[in-house]
Design a binder for this molecule. Structure first.
Ligand code: AMP
Ligand code: GLY
Length: 423
């Protein structure tokens, strides 16, 4: 079949890499893609949220499977758009319906879903401009640090964790009354702070059954030792060493099963990935957030460990036959290290020539923010390349990535040298 992947990051290059190896994939397209996807697929210059343009390309290229990378098109209802259009009903779109995508699109909705289905999470209350005073009073009942979350999508920036009550009250007002995160902060969820170590679990569900994919831990801060500003993710490790069988069993029983059951009970059409951000408090898992897509850079360590043909897996998801599939996972560990543009996550320059790609051995280089300029790959984003390696343990895998990084170069390239430092 002909397959289209929507998106342009390292996650989408990792999807393209796995899908291009499948015997079930004839022609592969990525929209808009990057310089890396261009080497294994045909890039098409279409925005992921321009549904009409996506439709015309799907029909033109006789595409029968669409894999949606980022959350925006899902939250905007691309899955419903495909299901409601007679000419697209034969297309297997991998990703939840708009109602399903609200688990990421609205923090309040996610909290309500978890409360409804007895899924462990931090206690919370939500407020709007009209209840600002009540919000400030609620903050007084909590202990520091204070967790404020813009309800809607805010490009990963909508969560504030504040040590002091006066600042927390001021920020609550900034969010609700002064549109700090635009429409996304018209509603704010205030949460109890949970202390622990974070990890992510990825689940593929057809809405009835599910497969638990490898766990991963990402490193969000720009600086060594998890210091400095938050980024999209500077590296990742899979599996997560501290998530042993017993802990994974708790995650499955207390979180994964009730989540899938909840989707079913609420008759939500959900055929896609659930990325569950978790925190381990003492020895118990709590949900920090749901995402309705795969993570980036987590995908760059999760997919290379999946040995089952990805197209078969996705087809079974769409056809609600996931329970028939035997999921095979590589026992090796995978790590990825992200090479970023100097200045990221604040202002940075683009268009820097990338060299050394051909010298990389025994690692996979997934392009995150790159584009082709003639025949050359140049930087085109904050996160530029993800260097993934596999080996018997994550330290050996990391060593391979760091060795290969020595041959890669672009002006003002930066990366963290301490991925996995806390494990
Ligand atoms: P989110 O966008 O919901 O994943 O939140 C961003 C980050 O804020 C998470 O990765 C956590 O590090 C942190 N965080 C969110 N909620 C809490 C909480 N209730 N307690 C402690 N940390 C949190
Ligand atoms: N790495 C975090 C995310 O994809 O949201």
């Amino acid at each position: 079949m002909n397959i289209l992947i929507l998106g342009s990051g390292g996650r989408e290059h990792a999807f393209a890499h796995a899908i291009s190896k499948s015997e079930h994939c004839q022609e592969l397209f990525v929209a808009p893609g990057n310089a890396g996807t261009a080497t294994i697929a045909t890039n098409i210059d279409v925005s992921v949220t321009d549904f009409e343009a996506v439709k015309s390309r799907v029909l033109k290229h006789q595409i029968t499977m669409v894999v949606v990378g980022p959350e925006d098109p899902l939250v905007q209802g691309i899955s419903d758009f495909f299901r409601d259009d007679e000419t697209l009903q034969h297309v297997m779109l991998i990703g939840p319906s708009k109602r399903g995508a609200l688990l990421e699109g609205s923090k309040e909705r996610a909290k309500e879903f978890m409360a409804q289905h007895n899924i462990p999470t931090a206690s919370y209350a939500s407020f709007t401009k009209d209840s600002l005073a009540a919000g400030k009073t609620f903050l007084e009942t909590l202990e520091a640090p204070y967790v404020l979350k813009a309800d809607g999508l805010a490009a990963g920036k909508g969560v504030l964790i504040l040590d002091d009550l006066a600042t927390a009250k001021q920020e609550l007002e900034n969010m609700l009354s002064h549109s700090k995160f635009g429409a996304a902060s018209e509603k704010v969820v205030i949460e109890e702070f949970l202390e622990g170590i974070e990890l992510s679990v990825f689940v593929l569900t057809d809405g009835k059954s599910y497969k638990i994919l490898p766990t991963a831990k990402d490193y969000k801060r720009i600086g060594e030792g998890d210091q400095g500003l938050n980024t999209g993710g500077m590296g990742a490790v899979s599996p997560v060493p501290f998530a042993d069988q017993e802990f994974l069993k708790k995650i499955e029983e207390r979180i994964v099963k009730p989540t899938v059951h909840g989707l079913q009970e609420e008759e939500i059409d959900y055929r896609g990935f659930v990325f569950i951000g978790l925190i381990k408090v003492n020895n118990d898992p709590y949900v920090i957030e749901y995402n309705v897509r795969m993570g980036d850079p987590e995908t760059e360590v999760v997919l290379p460990r999946i040995q089952t043909d990805l197209v078969r897996l996705l087809e079974a998801t769409y056809q609600q036959r996931l329970s028939e599939i035997d999921l095979q996972i590589d026992a090796q560990a995978a790590t990825t290290v992200m090479l970023v543009s100097g200045g990221y996550p604040e202002a940075y320059e683009k268009g820097k020539e990338i060299s050394g790609l051909a010298e990389v051995k025994n690692s996979l280089v997934f392009h995150a923010g790159t584009r082709l300029e003639g025949a050359k790959a140049v930087t085109n984003g904050g996160r530029v390349l993800a260097v993934t390696s596999l080996d018997s343990d994550f330290r050996k895998a990391l060593k391979k990535s760091y060795q290969n990084i020595e041959s890669l170069h672009f002006d003002r390239m930066y990366y963290r040298t301490d991925i996995g430092f806390d494990l």
